[in-house]
Design a protein around this ligand. Sequence first.
Ligand SMILES: C[S@@+](CC[C@H](N)C(=O)[O-])C[C@H]1O[C@@H](n2cnc3c(N)ncnc32)[C@H](O)[C@@H]1O
Length: 222
Amino acid sequence: MNEIDTTVYKEAFAGFYAEGGAVWDIGKPQAPFLEIADTVQGSILDVGCGTGSVALFFAEKGHAVTGIDLVEKAIERAREKAAGKNLDVTFLVKDAFTLLDSDWRFPSIIDSGLFHVFADDYGGFVKEVEQKRCLYVKALEHVIEPGGTLYLMAAKEKPEGRAALAGYSLDALQNAFAEGWKFESIKEFVAEVTQESAQMYPDADWTTWFAVIKRKGLADGN
Ligand SMILES: C[S@@+](CC[C@H](N)C(=O)[O-])C[C@H]1O[C@@H](n2cnc3c(N)ncnc32)[C@H](O)[C@@H]1O
């Protein structure tokens, strides 16, 4: 069993959801997910699913979807939204690092803003953030089927002095998925945030990466 301390994340995100109006919680998937929607195949794991907007969108399109998140409040809301739409989606309170010990396998994985969390040391509170980033990628490798696809959205590193989230440079993103993965596409876009957040942070830079990353298949060897 892998013991990874995620208390800081749990407390921070529980705080965001308790306050309501989390900056990313726009009630629908970010635009790039809509653009690639028809290419997504089979059952989907949405890691760090929050209140379930992306998971529910794909469930409505007929996919079997499992959404996991560290925070109970987020999963409660996701379940309420699924019930309101009469959709059968599995939403679980579950730490992404426990995927390292899981026997789940999915051909498609969505990460809309979780890998992104490991770009930041939360002002020095999160020790060994790089180790967590590597372990998180290992967890994805453990549960993705050979030849499966990861759809990843993560903030882009901002120029010095711009108010924004910590994010990844292109190199950092590519290096994290250098072994046994292949980038099918990667592009920048400006992420949508809630209206209140846009008004509250008018100078923030929400430039974000969207990448489609394929895991090596059995025929590709180890
Ligand atoms: C930026 S939010 C994105 C939420 C959602 N994917 C969306 O697009 O609206 C990141 C999410 O990751 C969750 N999270 C953080 N650490 C996690 C972990 N170790 N395991 C599972 N979820 C985690 C947070 O609770 C939060 O809901």
